[in-house]
Design a protein around this ligand. Sequence first.
Ligand code: TRP
Length: 333
Amino acid sequence: MTTPATTTDRILTGDRPTGPLHLGHYFGTLQNRVRLQNEGVDLFLVIPDYQVLTDRDVAERLTENVEDVVLDYLGAGVDPTRSTVFTHSAIPALNQLLLPFLSLVSVAELSRNPTVKDEIAHSRQAAVSGLMYTYPAHQAADILFCKANLVPVGKDQVPHLELTRTIARRFNERYGPVFPEPRTLLSEAPLLLGTDGMKMSKSRSNSIALKASSDETARLIRGAKTDAIRTISYDPEHRPEVSNLVLLAALCQGRDPHEVASELGDGGSAALKATVTEAVNTYFAPLRARRAECAQDMDYVRKLIAEGNERANAIAETTLDEVREAMGTFRMS
Ligand code: TRP
């Protein structure tokens, strides 16, 4: 999209801990985040555990899910000595920002958020909780507590980023300059579909997890939907399922999907699937090995999370103090 990130940028983004991350996450954003980190951008990754409670009553397996996401990050190349990974429920000062932030937005603004409306429509809950309407303001706290100026997200998050900018602007106007108005960095990566040709999603059982074994990967790709035309081509509009598999192989091989397709020629689905399986398993082998190695030492992983939380806490305390000062509320120090 717009101007790329630079080393003076502070990026914040994150993933809800609702299960292991999949190849769609990896090629959609995770790969890019690791690239930015390696280029020297200051990367913050929030694991927004409270947000799991927006469309369900109880967050099950929360600790395991948080640890799973962290392991996926580590496998993908997130370096916890350079980047800050934290869970927002462990950062009291971040959560406290929600109170002044909520005073800056109207109920009407909260209730016309299209992503929230969509999530309500798909929710299986009997009643819509207050958190469903207010979590975008909470997300603003996730972003603004560390004064991130760049937020890489998918299209569905754009309304939340608009709200974040609105909150930052109104706070600054009302109380004086404290927050930057962060830019949205929309992912340019082509959207990877699930094995059924629909959006790849944890809840649709059509995704290939980053941590899947080679055999599991082979089985999932064997079961992927294709079509009856023998000649392989890359034509996402007319042949979404076949093109998606071609794209997956191309992403793993760092090649152009048209080239991958023409090389397969008249090979049909079997050859296509064999190529994709091989490409995925080859590309992800080192990531999966690194992940498995980290998983051997969960005490170390928990220590990393605790350290990330500690770093985030210190920053949140400083920001909250600036907020107290600007608002004229009681300051702790
Ligand atoms: N709402 C995001 C999602 O559902 C997750 C998220 C929470 C997030 N806080 C964030 C993303 C801050 C970017 C920045 O995917």
